[in-house]
Ligand binder design. Structure first.
Ligand code: ATP
Length: 640
């Protein structure tokens, strides 16, 4: 059956041209709407399978208004836009379009975008149902096992993280200061580590009194519907004094998702998630949360009816550190943690994963994590670099050959796919795979079978595919170098590796990691990196990303004269050099942690032990605080 497409476009000529292209390509155009109202009327008559949506339309409402409705009704759409401002594009992104076409575009671009959008839609539905089922199952398990509200909230927070990312979460009733306040806040401090912050701790950290916090709370009325605040929308709601503003300033938060849960006795309870990423939230997060809401309501009610529920101080931090299998991953920047959340989410399934990102950003390392966290971890993990072999050899490398299959095939050879049976195969640099082989790979993905070169039989295989590339595959598809059908198959779960320039806070910790590694390897006792060196590393544009940083550290270790790295020879950058170091300097997570602990110690007049002292506020054991102080170089004189 022909797919039904509604065109929402106020430019008559453009809309007509679109209709022509789509009809010729076999689509059924159900109508052309010039405004949101007209589109709504047309959709009442006939629900389209897809909508092509211009952003600027006749009338007051834009395409973005309609997009929100389409997302709620689960109708996929692709934006058409010209000269949109960054703000508008950012807002458009939160509505989760299945594609974006920038005018003017060619017929080929339109058809490829629609095909990709169609495939994405189909798979996003499958993964949405899977995610919903997994989230509900986890929440059910948590609620069945715990009796204490705050403990439950912490566990729910850690579970939600996989699906709806956050750096700070405030969960509780509308009145944070009331005697019956049973909510609390969680600050993410690592992959699976949270600092619990109750009202007293919040007062200490922010330097406010409880009364001031209560006053701020009254300026932060709860939303009645789940609402997303990204980018400027978040800045706007943080203009006036409120708890949100205080949270944003204290923990450097940039976007917010508020999710009210109404419990039956009428007291509103909210989950407020905040992220350090400025556009972290979208409509699918709201949908997912709303689907799990009834379970949460029942769970919270059960906890509230339990006498042990109110516990102001939670002396618990969720299991520390990275999940087993991700140990070698260094860094705690929000963008890296976000990648690891996705890894944790996809690893246990058999879904194909496509890892995208510049060279040296850690794609292969992430592939290792996916395998190690999967049920296939005890089975083989085979890596193939598609760029490293000549086209002729890749086929035999991947699928194997029979004896005498071609000149030089003196023996039978088992290919990488067979070797990876029941395990995982990493197809690195997939963008370099020759077109002829792409067809064969597609067959493996579809039929789950291979044929050795020169062989007569097909061999059934069960292999999970992880592919990686630093190329823009959509561009490769549009330019005819990569098969669209293969791209669909691989792009079921894309993971984007952020370049080092977007996560500068990871630079010092990576530098120390490589310093230790290469120091040990060279048998040299190197114990530190001079401040100037670290500053110039932070200001440097690491075009080769982590690999480049690793090589520079290896060299610096070898050249170091004493036990501190005093020099680093960074290749000259075109244009700006290291003089930008001061203003570009971003505080590391360790510096932040150090500053934070010093501020708490100052407030407690340096007291570590006892009621109301620093260890209690930080919810850690006094001896742990002492060892942290030693590690972070915090001495008494900093506190006075
Ligand atoms: N988060 C990390 N922590 C520690 N080391 C890392 C991290 N990410 C990458 N590395 C190291 O950086 C180097 C490059 O990483 P990797 O080979 O995974 O990158 P890549 O994106 O696959 O590169 P390419 O595209 O060139 O193949 C490796 O030595 C790897 O061990």
């Amino acid at each position: 059956m022909k797919e039904k497409i509604l065109i929402v476009e106020d430019q008559f000529v453009e809309a007509d041209y679109l209709r022509l292209m789509l009809t010729q390509a076999g689509y059924n155009v159900t109508g052309i709407a010039r405004s949101v109202t007209q589109a709504e009327e047309m959709m009442q008559e006939e629900t389209p399978d897809f909508v092509l949506l211009d952003i600027f339309l006749k009338g007051k409402q834009t395409g973005i208004h309609l997009a929100k409705q389409l997302t709620a009704d689960n109708i996929p759409f692709v934006y058409l836009s010209a000269n949109s401002t960054e703000d508008i594009l950012n807002e458009a992104k939160t509505t989760e379009p299945y594609g974006f076409l920038v005018k003017p575009f060619r017929e080929k671009d339109l058809l490829v975008t629609l095909e990709i959008a169609r495939y994405r839609y189909k798979h996003s539905l499958e993964s949405k149902y899977r995610q919903e089922a997994e989230l509900k199952k986890s929440i059910k398990n948590i609620i069945a096992k715990s009796t204490n509200l705050q403990e439950t909230l912490l566990k729910v927070a850690a579970t939600l993280q996989k699906y709806i990312p956050f750096d700070y979460m405030a969960a509780g009733f509308d009145n944070i200061g009331s005697a019956s306040f049973a909510g609390t806040c969680f600050l993410r401090i690592g992959f699976n580590e949270y600092q619990t912050i109750g009202i007293n701790e919040l007062a200490t950290i922010t330097g406010k009194t409880i009364e001031e916090l209560i006053a701020l709370q009254s300026h932060s009325p709860q939303e009645t519907n789940a609402t997303v605040y990204n980018n400027d929308a978040f800045k706007n709601i943080c203009r006036q004094p409120s708890l949100r503003k205080l949270f944003a300033e204290t923990f450097r938060l940039k976007s917010h998702l508020e999710m009210p849960v109404f419990i039956l006795n009428g007291r509103p309870f909210s989950f407020c998630l905040y992220s350090k990423i400025s556009d972290a939230y979208n409509a699918s997060h709201i949908n997912l949360f709303e689907n799990a809401q009834m379970l949460l309501i029942n769970g919270i009610e059960t906890m509230l009816n339990n006498k042990n529920n109110i516990q102001h101080k939670v002396n618990k931090i969720a299991e520390a550190g990275f999940a087993e299998g991700c140990e070698g991953i260094i860094g705690k920047s929000p963008l890296l943690l976000n990648v690891l959340d996705h890894v944790a989410q996809v690893a246990p399934s058999d879904t194909s994963v496509l890892i995208l990102g510049e060279s040296g950003t850690g794609k292969e390392k992430i592939a290792d994590c996916i395998h190690n966290l999967s049920n296939r971890k005890s089975k083989p993990f085979i890596k193939v670099n598609c760029a490293a072999l000549p086209a002729m050899l890749i086929e035999s490398e991947l699928f194997g050959h029979e004896k005498g299959a071609f000149t030089g095939a003196l023996d039978k050879r088992i290919g990488k796919f067979e070797k990876a049976n029941h395990g995982t195969i990493l197809l690195d640099e997939i963008g370099e795979m020759p077109l002829e082989l792409q067809v064969k790979l597609l067959r493996v993905l579809q039929e789950k079978e291979i044929e050795r070169i020169g062989g007569r039989d097909t061999i059934k295989i069960d292999v999970r595919i992880v592919a990686a590339t630093n190329k823009n595959l959509e561009k490769e598809v549009a330019e005819g170098r990569f098969r669209l059908d293969l791209y669909y198959r691989l792009n079921v779960f894309p993971i984007e590796m952020p370049p080092l320039r977007q996560r500068k806070e990871d630079i010092p910790v990576l530098a120390y990691h490589f310093m230790n590694y290469y120091g040990n390897k060279a048998g040299k006792k190197i114990s530190g990196i001079a401040d100037d060196v670290l500053k110039s590393m932070m200001a440097y544009n690491w075009r080769g990303n982590i690999r480049e940083l690793e090589h520079q550290m290896e060299r610096s270790v070898l050249l170091a004269k004493g036990n501190v790295i005093e020099n680093i020879l960074l290749p000259a950058m075109p244009g700006k050099q290291t003089q930008g170091a001061e203003e570009d300097y971003v505080k590391t997570i360790y510096e932040n942690e150090r500053d934070y602990i010093i501020s708490i110690l100052k407030k407690c007049n340096g007291r570590i032990w006892g009621a109301g002292a620093a260890a209690e506020i930080l919810n850690i054991h006094p001896s742990t605080l002492k060892s942290k102080m030693k590690k972070l170089g915090i001495r008494k004189e900093f506190i006075q």
